[in-house]
Write a protein that binds this ligand. Structure first.
Ligand code: BGC
Length: 469
């Protein structure tokens, strides 16, 4: 017998179930399958929301922020100097020291710091004081406390930028909710915390979203990069837009700026109800179980923070309908956020390899009694959740490719743990993007640490722009 066939893009079947049960399960899960008609409709809505978001005179309000990042150029090889970058967005905070020589990234030092719940959900002052404290620790450890650095700040939350060095926080997402910060400039909050200490010679001169960092780092790795995407704990995308389409420019747009990166804040797609037609009872529950209810609709359909939870609520519901796991459900499976997105990836690995080991190990870990029918159902549910996420994100990317209308290849730089560790998300996305934008040449490229290294590149670009002035 030859090796097992790796079935990358088609899902595992539940055929092992008796007919009546199979029919009932398919009916319950049917809402997770996006028809071609739904795909077409989502695309139309996405286009409409983009155009409305860019049109500052529109009376309608878009759910897409379409934020001007004020990043008007990509690295061109002339970036020089040593920069510090801070990357805040997940449960870890990163400090990066990176040296650029003739545009090349040479020496790099990175350190991660954990941000406990108490700080993520506490006051803004405490959070920013902690960031400054970590910077101090980092520089002390590397005996660089006396040196002066320009700092780039990757702040991966929706913000309204007034310039490259001013980002007003619009809302928190993911697992952050600090008081006294919405409506404030994150650069100023950080600069204040740094100054207050009096022992650091630092100035934050650029603020950016992680998607922007990823696009810019992508362009450093591959000149054809035109789109940045994050598929990690959260999700978002940015792309290069023609500057004359961007009216949200504070002050005068410099005459030589022809393009600028636009941050969609695509995680909020659907927050105005435009995607309610695809919302299932499971999505409503995931939303109700989340920290920030009624917001970030699209992110909750696709991102790593929510995909595992989506699978968990589906499994519990299937059990209620007596379609899965006989006997009582253990408290573990009944507790929110216990079924992680990493589990979804492991189970998907089983489906691809025609195996059951990972799935069984995870179900044991979740303390449920299961049989082979259950294993088949769990695998199928993980595929459905993954496949829907892949389709949704691909609809957006395919349209961005059309919108950019380039004859040449466009590279989509991606960062984030979901994309990195899921065994077939990438293949599914390649298949769907191709099918939704068949004439466009594109490549998906992992730009690991794009959000951190990209901050350095943006800071270097900001320095160049300042000198030019
Ligand atoms: C934030 C975005 C960010 C994305 C990925 C979302 O929750 O709103 O600004 O880019 O997560 O980190």
């Amino acid at each position: 017998m030859g090796p097992a066939v790796r079935n990358i893009t088609s899902g595992p079947s539940m055929e092992i179930l008796p007919e009546a049960k199979l029919e009932q399960a398919n009916k319950l899960l049917g809402g997770l399958v996006l028809s071609d008609e739904s795909v077409r409709k989502i695309r139309e809505i996405f286009i409409d929301e983009i155009n409305t978001g860019l049109d500052i005179h529109s009376e309608k309000k878009s759910c897409l922020q379409m934020a001007n990042t004020y990043v008007p150029q990509l690295p061109d090889g002339s970036e020089e100097g040593e920069y510090l970058a801070l990357d805040l967005g997940g449960t870890n905070f990163r400090v990066i020291l990176l040296e650029l020589n003739n545009g090349r990234q040479t020496k790099e030092i990175v350190k991660f710091y954990h941000i406990p719940d108490s700080l993520r959900l506490g006051t803004g002052v405490d959070l920013f004081d902690y960031l400054a404290e970590c910077l101090h620790q980092f520089l002390e450890e590397h005996e660089r406390l006396q040196d002066k650095f320009t700092v780039g700040f990757t702040f991966s939350f929706p913000m309204y930028q007034r310039s490259l060095s001013c980002g007003i926080l619009v809302a928190w997402t993911k697992s952050f909710n600090c008081s006294g910060t919405v409506g404030e400039d994150a650069v100023q909050l950080l600069n204040n915390a740094i100054k207050k200490r009096g022992d650091l010679n630092l100035e934050v001169t650029a603020i950016l979203n992680d998607t922007t960092g990823t696009l810019v780092q992508g362009a450093y790795l591959d000149k054809s990069t035109g789109i940045g995407l994050i598929l990690g704990t959260g999700s978002n995308a940015c792309y290069i837009e023609k500057a004359d389409k961007v009216l949200s420019w504070e002050g005068e747009r410099p005459a030589d700026v022809s393009e600028v990166i636009i941050d969609l804040e695509s995680g909020a797609f659907g927050d105005n109800g435009v995607l309610d037609f695809i919302k299932t009872e499971f999505d409503i529950q995931v939303d109700n179980n989340s920290l920030l209810v009624n917001s970030f609709t699209f992110e909750k359909y696709i991102a790593g923070k929510y995909l595992g939870e989506l699978v968990r609520v589906i499994l519990v519901r299937l059990h209620e309908e007596k379609l899965l796991f006989t006997g009582e459900l253990p408290p573990k499976l009944l507790t929110k956020n216990t079924f992680t997105t990493r589990y979804v990836s492991f189970i998907e690995e089983d489906s691809i390899n025609n195996k059951t080991e990972n799935t069984k190990a995870i179900l044991e870990e979740m303390e449920v009694d299961f049989d082979l029918e259950d294993v088949a159902v769990v695998k199928h549910v993980c595929f459905l959740a993954t496949n829907r996420a892949a389709k949704l994100v691909s609809i957006c990317l395919a349209y961005l490719l059309e919108r950019m209308d380039r004859d040449n290849l466009v590279t989509i730089a991606v960062d984030g743990s979901l994309f990195q560790f899921h065994p077939r998300l990438r293949s599914l996305m390649e298949t769907y993007i191709h099918s939704y934008a068949p004439k466009r040449k594109f490549a998906l490229m992992m730009a690991e640490d794009g959000s951190g290294k990209g901050a350095v590149m943006v800071t270097a670009i900001a320095s160049k722009l300042k000198q030019k002035k």
